[in-house]
Ligand binder design. Structure first.
Ligand SMILES: [Zn+2]
Length: 283
């Protein structure tokens, strides 16, 4: 599909999702590359804005994009709006659901530190730590699943399953060289890729998040600060909270330790997450 047609496809998604979602709006982000999506909360309107980058489509409307490229922003928008939207507006409010608690604790842990989350980008290569966060993996799973179901209803000039396989191949080998899963060469359909996600998810939940506070940050190294670093400084040289956090090989326990620090500095936020507010989240 051309850049123009790819943008038109996304226009349908933006319009349909904005109609269907009770908790937010969707839009384009023409200044960001197609691999970027974003979820932002607008406290004035008390609603979420979900967006997907379309930069390459804007710059090259006549160029023919590969099918997997045309669907990147579609998957991204479903990742943001249905993955993170559902987490924020439904799951994190549930008090009796174990998966909601796991994802909510992981999300709050990531709020404590960009490094813990894996927010750094070097030449558009993602920080591998990002791919060890269960709430991101869950959002990507929803993004893939619902984007596929949506696109299945559209007349497309290419085979959708083949495009999904190419998309996954791009993310795991031709593109950034890393993702939530490796692509099994036997996976030839979107459903097979989703099956890989389901199989890998429990081990991502339990395994180490890969946090390393000693890795230098790229920008503003001198001034870089976050809640975890602030807490370590508060404890003083004798304490080794960040070392214990790093060495802990149970991801859920790590999330608890990092989330506890987050709530220490933002105690008012705990009531926003009924899913975990009954738990004794303390350092
Ligand atoms: Zn995400």
């Amino acid at each position: 599909m051309t850049g123009k047609e790819s943008k038109e496809l996304l226009t349908d998604v933006v319009s349909d999702l904005s109609k269907w979602l009770p908790f937010g709006n969707c839009s384009f982000d023409p200044c960001s590359p197609i691999k970027y999506g974003n979820t932002a909360y607008d406290s004035d309107s008390r609603s979420f804005l979900f967006s997907a980058g379309t930069l390459e489509f804007e710059l090259d409307p006549c160029r023919n994009f590969a099918p997997f490229e045309s669907i990147i922003p579609v998957i991204n928008l479903f990742h943001e709006a249905c993955g993170h939207g559902l987490q924020q507006c439904v799951m994190y409010g549930k008090q009796d659901d174990v998966l909601s608690k796991v994802l909510c604790m992981n999300y709050c842990a990531c709020q404590s530190s960009d490094k813990y989350y894996g927010a750094e980008f070097v030449d558009y290569v993602d920080d591998p730590t990002y791919f060890k966060q269960p709430y991101e993996m869950a959002a990507q799973y929803i993004g893939l699943r619902w984007a596929y179901d949506y696109l299945k209803t559209k007349p497309l000039p290419f085979d959708l399953d083949a495009a999904f396989v190419e998309y996954q191949k791009f993310r795991t080998s031709n593109g950034d060289g890393r993702d939530f899963i490796d692509l099994d060469p036997m996976s030839k359909t979107a459903s097979a890729i989703l099956g890989q996600y389901e199989k890998a998810f429990p081990s991502v939940v339990r395994s180490s998040r890969g946090y390393n506070h000693k890795v230098p940050v790229l920008e503003d190294a001198e001034s870089y600060d976050d809640d975890l670093i602030r807490f370590q400084k508060h404890l003083g040289g004798g304490a080794d909270y960040l070392g214990r956090l790093e060495r802990c090989n149970d991801g859920m326990r790590q999330d608890w330790m990092a989330a506890a620090v987050y709530f220490r500095y933002h105690p008012d936020r705990l009531k926003s997450f009924p899913s975990i507010s009954g738990l004794d989240v303390d350092v």
